[in-house]
Design a protein around this ligand. Structure first.
Ligand code: G4P
Length: 525
C-alpha cells in the first residue's frame, strides 16, 4: 500500500501563484486550468455579471469590491499528474490568509508584470516562501506589451529577492515587436503569432528557411548576442538549488495570449517538488506513511449564509484518505467521521471518495475544526509552522446593544477561527480588541458581524499600534513582566500573552528593558 501512496504522492504538484494585484494571476490561472482541461472556456475563473455572482460572490463585500476574498483550491490533471492549485487572494489586505495558504503548498509560481518588475506584494509573499523554503518558478508576464529590458528584470529579481535567476527561455523582442521565446535548454524557438495560442515550438536546426518569417534579421542578431551574454551572466539551472529555494528558473510569456503557459506548466511538472516530508512534532511525516494525517490551513464559515456550517480546508500530508474515514483532532482528542469531504474542480465541488498526499479536501463541520489543527488516524502528531501574524491595526470593538455581548463573543471567536481577525482580550477592561493585518480586513469583519450574526458593532481606535507575542524560558522574568504591564497586556484566543505597544518607540524600549523575554511578530499555532 505504501508504495501506491508514494506513487500517488509523486504524481502530485500542490502549488500557489504569488503576485502583486494586476500582474495577471487570474488570467494565468485560467489558462493553466484550460490546459489541464478543467474548464472548457476561458473567462470562467473571473467570470463577470450573473455567472460570477452565482459562483463566488457569496459575500456582499465581495460584490461591492469586485475582488475575490475566498481562497479556493482548484484541481486539474495534466500529462498524467494531478495539480492542486491553491488560489491566494491577491489583495494586499488579505495577506494573513494568503500567508497561511502558502503553508499548504510545495512550490509557487511568481508572476511578475514585465513592465513593473518586483512589486510590494510580491516581495512580502516571497518572504514567506523563503521562510518555508518554498521553491519558486518565475513567470514574467505581459511580454506582448512594452516592458522593461530583460536583463534589468532578471537582475531585479536576483537583487530584490537574493536569488539566483536562470532564464530558461529568452524573449525575442517585446511589446509590439514580441516574436516569441527561444528555449535555451531545448534549443527551440516558440514563435508568438499574436493569436491566442500556447505556441508550437520549432527545433532550432529545423528553422532554416522559416527563420526570416519568425524572427526579423535585426532581432535575430540581438537574440544571438543576448543569449550569449545570458549564458555567461547567469548560472546553469540546478534542480537541487531550485528545490532548496536558492534559485529560480525564469520563463517569459503572455498569459492573456496563453503564450509561454505550457512551458511554465511543463516546468512545474518536471521540476517542482512532489509532496515532501512535513515538519511536525514529535517527528516529520513522510507522505508515504500508511496512516492518514493532515492539517487545516483555512476555515471558511457561512459559505451558505442560511447554514452555519463551515468548510475546513485540510491538506493531506500522508496516507490514503477514504471517504467515511474517522480522523482524530489532535489537541481536543475529538474524533470525527468524514462523510462528506469535498474536492474542488475549478468551479465545481465534488464528493471526494479518496485523496492522497498533497491533495486538499474540504471538511464541512460546525465549528469544531480550527486553522492549524492536525488530524490523524490516531497517532499524536502535531504539524508545525502555521503562523499567526502580528496585527498592524488594533481596534476596540464597540457594541451597540450590551445584551448581545455573548453573541458578539461567539461571532468574534468564530471569525478568529477562520483567521478573518485576531481577537485579544485585554487583561484590564471588558471590551475586545481586534487585530487585523490590513484596513480592508476590518471592513470585511464589520460586514460579516452585521450580515451573518446580526450584531451592530463599531470599531474605535485602541491606543495601541502593534502587538507582539511574549514568551520566555525564564518563568520568573515572565511573571515579573506580566505583573508590571497589565495595562498593555492581553490574551490571544488561545490564552497566550500579547504585549500591545502604544507606539513603536515603546515597543523598542520594552524589548531593551526585558532582554530575557522574546517579543515575536508571528506565533506558530
Ligand atoms: P491579477 O489576478 O493578478 O490581479 O490580474 P488579472 O489576471 O486580473 O490581470 C490584470 C489585467 O492584466 C487584466 O486586464 C488582464 O486582462 C491583463 N493581463 C493579464 N495578462 C496579460 C498579458 O499577458 N498581456 C496583457 N497585455 N495583459 C494581460 P484588465 O483590463 O484590468 O481586466 P479585464 O477587464 O481584461 O479582465
Amino acid at each position: 500500500m505504501s508504495s501506491e501512496i508514494a506513487k500517488q504522492a509523486e504524481a502530485r504538484r500542490t502549488f500557489a501563484i504569488i503576485s502583486h494585484p494586476d500582474a495577471g494571476k487570474t488570467t494565468l490561472t485560467e489558462k493553466l486550468l484550460l490546459l489541464g482541461g478543467a474548464i472548457r472556456m476561458a473567462g470562467q475563473v473571473k467570470a463577470k455579471g450573473e455567472n460570477r455572482r452565482a459562483h463566488s460572490d457569496w459575500m456582499k463585500i465581495e460584490q461591492a469590491r469586485g475582488i475575490s476574498v475566498t481562497t479556493s483550491v482548484m484541481t486539474f490533471e495534466y500529462e498524467g499528474a494531478t495539480f492542486n492549485l491553491l488560489d491566494t487572494p491577491g489583495h494586499e489586505d488579505f495577506s494573513e490568509d494568503t500567508y497561511r495558504t502558502l503553508t499548504a503548498v510545495d512550490s509557487a509560481i511568481m508572476v511578475i508584470d514585465a513592465a513593473k518588475g518586483i512589486e510590494a506584494q510580491t516581495r512580502k509573499l516571497f518572504e514567506v516562501c523563503r521562510l518555508r523554503d518554498i521553491p519558486i518558478i518565475t513567470f514574467v508576464n505581459k511580454m506582448d506589451r512594452e516592458g522593461r529590458e530583460v536583463f534589468e528584470i532578471l537582475d531585479e529579481v536576483a537583487e530584490a529577492l537574493a536569488l539566483d535567476t536562470v532564464p530558461m527561455v529568452w524573449p525575442v523582442g517585446g511589446g509590439g515587436t514580441f516574436k516569441g521565446c527561444y528555449d535555451l535548454v531545448r534549443e527551440e524557438m516558440i514563435p508568438f503569432t499574436g493569436e491566442d495560442s500556447y505556441g508550437t515550438p520549432v527545433k532550432a536546426e529545423l528553422l532554416g528557411d522559416e527563420l526570416p518569417n519568425l524572427i526579423p534579421g535585426d532581432l535575430y542578431d540581438t537574440l544571438l548576442e543576448e543569449a550569449d551574454l545570458a549564458m555567461d551572466a547567469y548560472p546553469d539551472f540546478d534542480l537541487e538549488s531550485y528545490r532548496e529555494g536558492h534559485l529560480t528558473p525564469v520563463y517569459f510569456g503572455s498569459a492573456l495570449k496563453s503564450f509561454g503557459v505550457k512551458q511554465l506548466l511543463d516546468a512545474v511538472l518536471q521540476f517542482a517538488p512532489a509532496p515532501k516530508a512535513q515538519p511536525a512534532e514529535p517527528r516529520e511525516v513522510e507522505p508515504s506513511d500508511s496512516k492518514v494525517s493532515g492539517f487545516v490551513f483555512k476555515v471558511q464559515a457561512n459559505m451558505d449564509p442560511k447554514h452555519r456550517d463551515r468548510i475546513a480546508f485540510m491538506r493531506i500530508c500522508s496516507g490514503k484518505f477514504k471517504r467515511g474515514m474517522k480522523l482524530h483532532q489532535i489537541g481536543t482528542g475529538k474524533s470525527m467521521s468524514i462523510h462528506n469531504p469535498i474536492m474542488f474542480f475549478a468551479q465545481n465541488r465534488e464528493l471526494a471518495e479518496e485523496a492522497w498526499p498533497g491533495d486538499i479536501i474540504g471538511i464541512p463541520n460546525h465549528g469544531t475544526l480550527r486553522v492549524g489543527d492536525s488530524m490523524t488516524e490516531g497517532e499524536n502528531i502535531r504539524f508545525s509552522g502555521i503562523p499567526s501574524f502580528a496585527p498592524e491595526i488594533l481596534q476596540r470593538v464597540r457594541l451597540d446593544d450590551p445584551l448581545k455581548a455573548k453573541h458578539l463573543s461567539k461571532a468574534l471567536e468564530s471569525l478568529a477561527e477562520e483567521g478573518v481577525t485576531q481577537v485579544f482580550r485585554p487583561v484590564i477592561g471588558a471590551s475586545y480588541i481586534v487585530g487585523v493585518v490590513g484596513q480592508l480586513q476590518l471592513e470585511v469583519l464589520l460586514s460579516r458581524i452585521e450580515q451573518e450574526y446580526g450584531i451592530n458593532v463599531g470599531f474605535e481606535s485602541a491606543p495601541f499600534v502593534t502587538a507582539r507575542w511574549v514568551t520566555s524560558d525564564d518563568a520568573a522574568a515572565m511573571k515579573h513582566f506580566l505583573d508590571r504591564n497589565k495595562g498593555s497586556l492581553a490574551d490571544d484566543r488561545d490564552g497566550c500573552p500579547v504585549y500591545m505597544a502604544r507606539n513603536h518607540w515603546d515597543m523598542g524600549r520594552i524589548q531593551e528593558d526585558n532582554p530575557k523575554l522574546n517579543f515575536t511578530a508571528t506565533r506558530e499555532r
